[in-house]
Design a protein around this ligand. Structure first.
Ligand SMILES: *Cc1c(COP(=O)(O)O)cnc(C)c1O
Length: 230
């Protein structure tokens, strides 16, 4: 099942790339493995995936030592400040930095460990009450503040688009995140790069690729439906 699923996702990525004149290499597929057993992650690893996404620190920490070292772990869920210490030396990229306070705590803990932590700024483009993330108009000033931290490096932006029946409904959400990344890039802020755009999930990753995604986060499309929702 996983082989066929992955082939189908790969085909759809390539179709979206062709449609939007992009190179396949510009897009990183993150296999979102939350709630799935390590045995399934191992299978997907052997099929070639090296990027895995988890939304909980505890689950990422448990799976991390059971999987090969060359995996890039992506933390994609809301991060509580009291869990920062535990995850910053395991996650390759934290997609879900949703407040300056959280970035401040990451800076402090990273300094203690003498490491630099790569992060994305989460933007709640659709301003959904239920979602974390900065409002669009708050992003620039947050980026300017976080840019002064020496153990945190901003690499780009992330958004979780609304759940919609028709993925076309999210096209404008993705286009707005892309435009925001261009605006921020044009400011040439020291210590900040905005090359990564993490957007698009199982339902809408093709549209996200057409609108400029460089990382897509696909769970259900690879692993099948989750038994329970987190
Ligand atoms: C669960 C999750 C995904 C993957 O969702 P699917 O619809 O199963 O592809 C992507 N991003 C985040 C932040 C998630 O929590």
């Amino acid at each position: 099942m996983l082989t066929e699923n992955l082939q189908e996702v790969e085909q759809k990525i390539q179709n979206a790339c062709k449609k939007s004149n992009r190179a396949r290499e510009e897009i990183t597929l993150i296999a979102v493995s939350k709630t799935k057993p390590v045995s399934m992650l191992q299978e997907v690893y052997h099929l070639g995936c090296r990027d895995f996404g988890e939304n909980k620190v505890q689950e990422l920490s448990e799976k991390h030592p059971q999987m090969p070292d060359d995996i890039r772990w992506h933390l994609i869920g809301h991060l509580q400040t009291n869990k920062v210490k535990q995850v910053i030396d395991k996650a390759t990229l934290i997609h879900s930095v949703d407040s300056v306070h959280l970035a401040t705590v990451i800076e402090k803990e990273a300094a203690k460990k003498d490491i630099t932590v790569d992060i994305l700024i989460e933007v709640n483009i659709a301003e959904e009450e239920s979602k974390f993330g900065f409002k669009e108009e708050e992003v620039l000033s947050a980026v300017e503040t976080i840019a002064t931290f020496s153990h945190v490096r901003i690499k780009g932006l992330m958004t979780i688009a609304p759940f919609v029946e028709n993925p076309e409904e999210n096209r404008s959400v993705f286009a707005r995140l892309q435009k925001l990344s261009v605006d921020i890039r044009s400011k040439n802020i020291d210590n900040v790069s905005v090359d990564i755009l993490s957007m698009g999930m199982t339902n809408d990753y093709q549209v996200a690729i057409e609108e400029g995604a460089t990382m897509i986060r696909v769970g259900t499309g690879i692993f099948g439906a989750r038994e329970y929702h987190i």
